[in-house]
Design a binder for this molecule. Structure first.
Ligand code: AQP
Length: 345
């Protein structure tokens, strides 16, 4: 039986990148599994422990976690069909993280690229001093991610390209664990790369659209109203190239980003959409993207507003999710703990 598993951090409201690059694909998995009657377990979680790896305002984090949970449901994840939970409510995860930390080399973590980009190391400064400021949690983030996956013995992990390196590390840790414990208990999880492209910032196509970007005009939230969506796309950066609209991510990244968003919203191949819009003006392209995105986000936005009016209902779903997740996690951790000579936790 396959176990499909993925998570998202509660570091801010979900934007089009999170939606097209992650959560919409998860919903499609969920619906396909139901339609085709596939024997598969689905687990999705709010990665609140991961969000602590960068500095957080603890006064707002509690609410952001709930907003993230509501966003997952609003995007169509269904607690009847998938187990949807908060990472911090599963104590088995940090237990396994410790066991994995004891088999993971510093050199393996040192090769990971994501902590380096998130640590904002200054190139001109003393490197030892800069490294000394990096928080242990940020450096060991990939071990926590491996623990998330292996606590549930997941077989498939849908992620964006930026996470592939962490999945490779997880597979390496599985090999070491199984070898050292002379077992084959842990599965080597497969990476399912999101079919959708990276959604870029509407203001700077050199950057991806990101929750933590302080420029609100760079991103469109899944809960945004039509007027605000139109305003953001109207003010989106394009380029000064005249003539036909063309899809060329290298020479025309901003225009290509708009075409790619339109294609994702309409559920069509980029090539087809690029042809359809080739004679549009840039204003017409922006209008078409706005209308397609408004249509695509209408239901998630409505559902989100309803869910946020019902905190008791949300709490009920998240408790149910945590109970289901814990029951699976504790079964697996018992075996893992026994294999590592720790007795039965
Ligand atoms: N711009 C993007 N385009 C496509 N996919 C994206 N994802 C994020 N941004 C884009 C995908 O969303 C999932 C959840 O991401 P995360 O919460 O783990 O953190 P992230 O990847 O670092 O996302 P953000 O929005 O940029 O958050 P911050 O600003 O907090 O770092 C992942 O599957 C990711 O690939």
């Amino acid at each position: 039986k396959s176990v499909i598993f993925s998570g998202i951090q509660p570091t801010g409201a979900f934007h089009l990148g999170n939606y097209f690059g992650a959560v919409r694909n998860w919903r499609d998995f969920q619906n396909r599994i139901e339609r085709d009657n596939i024997d598969s377990k689905l687990l999705f979680f709010v990665a609140d422990l991961h969000s602590l790896t960068v500095s957080q305002d603890f006064n707002t984090l509690y609410r952001k976690r709930i907003e993230a949970y509501a966003s997952l449901l609003a995007c169509g994840l269904d607690p009847h069909k998938a187990t949807i939970f908060f990472q911090s409510e599963i104590p088995e995860i940090p237990k396994l993280q410790w066991i994995l930390s004891c088999i993971c080399g510093m050199g393996q973590l040192n090769r990971m690229t994501q902590w380096k980009s998130k640590a904002n190391l200054r190139k001109d400064a003393n490197i030892a001093e800069e490294l000394g400021k990096v928080k242990l949690g940020l450096f060991t983030y990939p071990v926590l991610m491996a623990a998330d996956i292996l606590t549930f013995n997941a077989t498939h992990v849908p992620v964006g390209k930026d996470q592939s390196q962490h999945l490779e590390l997880t597979r390496d840790l599985v090999d070491v664990f199984n070898r050292q414990t002379k077992s084959d208990f842990l599965h080597s999880p497969m990476t399912l790369l999101a079919p959708t492209m990276k959604v870029l910032s509407l203001k700077n196509p050199e950057k991806k659209m990101s929750k933590s970007d302080s420029d609100e005009m760079s991103k469109v939230f899944i809960t945004e109203d039509a007027k605000s969506i139109r305003r953001k796309f109207n003010k989106a950066l394009t380029d000064s190239i005249e003539g036909k609209i063309t899809y060329d991510p290298v020479k025309r990244p901003a225009v290509s980003n708009l075409i790619a968003i339109l294609a994702a919203a309409e559920g069509k191949p980029i090539k087809t959409v690029a042809k359809e819009v080739q004679d549009f003006t840039k204003k017409e392209l922006k209008d078409a993207v706005s209308e397609a995105v408004i249509k695509e986000l209408k239901e998630p936005a409505e559902r989100y507003n309803q869910l946020m009016k019902d905190p008791v209902g949300l709490d009920k779903w998240s408790r149910l999710g945590s109970e289901k997740a814990r029951s699976l996690a504790s079964k697996n951790l018992k075996v893992i703990s026994h294999l590592t000579g720790m007795g039965w936790w």
